[in-house]
Design a protein around this ligand. Structure first.
Ligand code: ZN
Ligand code: ZN
Length: 138
């Protein structure tokens, strides 16, 4: 059995499934449920309002959004591709489609591959460095 220190309460616990201890996992789950319940009743709440009402930190709520575990009708996240406001996940629909296309072309299946950001690549003259190996000679 692997023992690990819970990153949340610093307690030593037998690490099985969760990266945090059972008690903290329960607490986290409870908090998550609270957020979900609150959003069900207040679908137009902003992250700030959810945070105030549930006690979950804004960072945590944004984490839920990034993970796609919750969605919020007020876009609070920025698309990682083009920076447009999105309600959940990492990319706007346009970029998600584009990313998928790029990935398909490359034959990569990982949607989180760090290839998504359209960046003007500096295309300077390619430098060909010739290494003349002087090994063995005198
Ligand atoms: Zn813990
Ligand atoms: Zn985008």
């Amino acid at each position: 059995m692997t023992m690990a220190n819970c990153p949340r309460c610093k307690k030593l616990f037998p690490k099985v499934y969760d990266p945090i201890c059972e008690e903290c996992a329960k607490e986290e789950e409870k908090l998550f449920r609270t957020v979900v319940d609150y959003l069900r009743d207040n679908p137009s709440a902003t992250v700030g309002e959810v945070s105030d009402a549930t006690g979950a930190t804004a960072k945590k709520i944004l984490g839920y959004l990034r993970d796609g575990r919750i969605s919020i009708s007020t876009p609070e996240l920025n698309c990682r591709g083009c920076g447009t406001k999105i309600a959940s996940g990492n990319f706007c629909d346009t970029c998600a489609v584009q990313n998928q296309k790029d990935l398909d072309e490359l034959g990569i299946k990982d949607p989180d591959a760090p290839k998504a950001r359209p960046k003007p690549a500096p295309t300077g003259p390619k430098k060909v460095v010739m290494h003349t190996r002087s090994r063995g000679g005198k």
